[in-house]
Design a protein around this ligand. Sequence first.
Ligand SMILES: O=C(O)c1ccc(O)c(O)c1
Ligand SMILES: [Mg+2]
Length: 598
Amino acid sequence: MRKSIATVCLSGTLEEKLTAIAAAGFDGVEIFENDLLASPLSPERIRDRAAELGLTIDLFQPFRDAEAVPEDLLARTLRRAEKKFAVMERLGADLMLVCSSVSPAALDDDALAAEQLRLLAERAAAHGIRIAYEALAWGRHVNTYDHAWRIVRQADHPALGICLDSFHILSRGSDPKGIEEIPGEKIFFLQLADAPLMAMDVLQWSRHYRCFPGQGGLDVAGLLEHVLRTGYDGPLSLEVFNDVFRQGDTARTAVDALRSLIALEEAAGRTDLPAPVVPTGFAFAELASTGPELPALLTELGFARTGRHHSKPVELWEQGDARIVLNSGLDATTGHPEPALAAIGLETPDPAASAGRARALLAPVLPRHRAVADAPLDAVAAPDSTELFFCRTEHPDHPSWTGDFTPRAASASPAGITHIDHVALTQPRHHFDEASLFYRAVLGLRPHESLELADPYGLLRSRAVSGADGSVRLALNVAQIRPGSGPSGSLWQHIALHSRDIVATARRLRERGASLLPIPDNYYDGLEARHELDPGLHRTLRELGLLYDRDDSGTFLHLYTAVVGRVFFEIVQRIDGYQGYGAANAPVRLAAQHARTR
Ligand SMILES: O=C(O)c1ccc(O)c(O)c1
Ligand SMILES: [Mg+2]
């Protein structure tokens, strides 16, 4: 289907927006009037520029407070409309959006609204222009799509149809099934937007928090299916008002936007993409590391240095199925302190298919030679620039990345670690919504609830994504912390390692004098109040500095190492199928980390 986007979704000048929209691969645009008014380009120049870029101008919007006005205001409304029709002719746009009136002067009179919209459509038709009438969720008298449709039907003019906007429909909790009663040819335009579920005034919600479909909590795909059943064959057009996207990188937001439409089309069964290949585990985590700190920490944690890359300054460290790759050959181009997480290897049953899916969803596919291994590895860049390698470790049907490492005799005293449980990545502030969609659409992981975690210097937003069986889990964090307030809290990344018996692991680490994060005594007093714990367990937790959580899914015990550069390790034990990440303990952890790194 044709794909469009409203210029209001993006940051920049109209010219910058058009360029980014075309470069991302959209077919058309909705021109927002404010973008036109502020542009030094004439309507003719904008028309030519859009044509040069291969974009059609699908809609001009919005025209406000047009219907059910008292008789003495009608002439003024029509005069205003004529001026807009003239601009639209110069722009080469033939569809104008009229949104339902919010004016206190508007009358609660459907017959009058229909009569005046009919008149407007008649005037528009004389210019070859059609009108799409949209119910704003906060419209004064018309605020539902079915009400807008009754008025359009009553007006009965070929140049008058309706515009459906998923936000206005779903934010009010209207049942979208009724859309199927509207003839497809009377749906002149379809605007798509999602939003996180929030209890707030609908106008503020709409103007600041809309996001691209698949990034929020509204069932936009379900709504689209109802619309498509009417036979609607106009464009799918994104209309997102979002404070963060307005500041973001224009080109990148445009690609993110198109990715959401491609995924939406797939969800509505309108396109065949390579099926998602859900990762089945972590093959490795690769850290950029030149100094002695990480080798020392890994040794304390019971890892053994088991291999050296045959041609690169890269070492493999293992314990159980947890594999850590230390790379001292990466340029420190990011300006971030080292060590830092550079890449994650994901086990997938079909690496080439994983890469094919990623490509179809516009993920930045990386050149293969950047891989740690010489064996060709398909990889994509995640939104925070971590490289994600698609691996198939030691399977007869696929070259294994481990083949590039020369085994070395290793001595280690293991501490009971079995595998990588999850990896926590810090997302750039402007790319949190992009990241949820990326992991969901590209990797087929399920996003969990978005949480807010208190940090001494601000708030951290956190959202986990995981595979159905929990074998791959990522925690995505974004710091809402004023730059420079905390030391490096907005940059921390961590690798959580699973232990089969964390009490034994913790004891062994304490005996070795491993650098673990100290937990304040007050935490244990609070814990005693929060949960009725066996006194012996409570004493053990306090003694070993272990954190504890329990919910309906099970019990969680965990601890943290000190921070080294940008990274730290967590050791976790999930008991009885615990599904969370110990979020209740995050504020204590963050405070302890800040205290140590200041
Ligand atoms: O917030 C608004 O005013 C507004 C304007 C035009 C639209 O299409 C819309 O959905 C909202
Ligand atoms: Mg709209």
